[in-house]
Design a protein around this ligand. Structure first.
Ligand code: DP6
Length: 353
């Protein structure tokens, strides 16, 4: 039987950077994060399955992926981890054909949309073929979001079908258990505001560099948790002050406060990276140039926010009314063809085809 699924990429305004070291493999975040599901960048996945023993065939952007390659092992590892709790995962063989509608090499994260699309497709497998297992592990979007989290933390935020502004919450209590069921389902994401809540919000992806990042997020954040001297202060500040204030700004569509909080959160993430040992630096001179431009524009009135992940490419937030003016201002620093304008969109879905 064949399943089709689709999941958007997401851009975090309050970042995820660190896991509980006691449960490293299960991606339990040290703090909550907040993102927007992105309308125009997504992964499409075709999943064929039949009774078997967990064999995987993988095709990425129309290219067969070698079982020894990094991408293949990444997906295999996801299935292996799922099967530690859900043994029935191994009852099937899977043929996965997946494609991104954005250039993977462009430095835009693809793990979130890719893993989310796979998670909703796997949930569909069990809905169709093993209702009891489905009931136990997949019968809500929040559970499927947790399942996606096991593959890649930020993928949890690409799952909620309503998309828009999504909150991925850290666990409510400190985890002391070895109970895998609790470890799996202790932290998930849900939509706070649907995409049409803030119709005028615009998201600019700017491609400054096409190169892959040198330090992967996974190892970088591990280094930060163990070596950054101000890590826990950052976690407390973001969880208790910045997150509530940005949620309030989004709720009220208060662009000025939204932009200030977004900029602070991006600065905070990169400060933590810089104060990690050994130092992690993703921003380049070109990135700094964009930051200067944003600050310059905002010195008159707040029209822009920047946000950087584990790479040099900025994501900017603005409002529809300022879009043309911002594009003009950016043209002094970047080529127009390297700017992709989009807005918040829906989340993931899966269907039988
Ligand atoms: C900087 O989700 O890629 O983009 O959980 O190890 O797979 P793993 O990490 P990943 O980390 C993304 C980090 C980030 C910030 C964010 O998206 O919140």
């Amino acid at each position: 039987m064949k399943i089709f699924s689709q999941a958007p990429t997401n851009i975090a305004v309050i970042k995820y950077w660190g896991k509980n070291p006691k449960f490293e493999d299960y991606h339990i975040p040290t703090k909550s994060s907040l993102s927007f599901s992105v309308l125009d960048f997504y992964t499409k996945t075709y999943l064929d399955f039949k009774p078997g023993n967990g064999t995987i065939f993988l095709e990425l952007n129309n290219k067969k992926i070698n079982p020894n390659s990094e991408e293949f092992l990444y997906i295999k590892n996801f299935f292996e981890k799922l099967s530690t709790l859900i043994k029935e995962i191994k009852n099937y063989d899977y043929s996965i054909k997946t494609e991104n509608n954005f250039p993977t090499a462009a430095g835009f994260a693809s793990s979130a949309s890719g893993v989310a699309a796979l998670a909703v497709a796997i949930a569909k497998v069990f809905e169709l073929s093993e209702p009891k297992i489905f009931e136990k592990y997949f019968n809500s979007e929040q559970k499927i979001s947790s399942i996606a989290r096991i593959g890649s933390g930020s993928a949890a935020r690409s799952v909620p079908s309503a998309g828009g502004c999504v909150l991925w919450s850290k666990p409510k209590q400190d985890l002391t258990t070895q109970d895998l069921n609790k470890i799996f389902f202790c932290s998930d994401a849900k939509t706070l505001f649907p995409p049409n809540h803030w119709e005028d919000l615009r998201i600019f992806y700017i491609q400054l560099e096409k190169k892959e990042k040198k330090i992967k997020s996974r190892s970088g954040m591990k280094q930060s948790v163990s070596s950054c001297p101000i890590y826990s202060n950052w976690v407390d500040y973001e969880e208790n002050i910045l997150l509530p204030s940005i949620i309030k700004a989004i709720e009220k569509k208060d662009f000025e406060n939204f932009a200030k909080s977004t900029i602070k959160a991006s600065n905070g993430l990169h400060a933590i990276m810089y104060y990690t040992f050994p130092r992690i630096r993703y921003l380049t001179d070109k990135s700094e140039q964009i930051i200067e431009l944003v600050l310059d524009i905002n010195s008159k009135s707040t029209k822009l926010a920047y946000s950087f992940d584990a790479g040099p490419n900025p994501v900017l937030f603005t409002l529809k009314d300022y879009q043309e003016e911002i594009l003009d201002a950016l043209s002094s620093v970047v080529n127009k063809k390297d700017i992709f304008i989009t807005k918040p969109g829906a989340g993931a879905f899966a269907k039988v085809i």
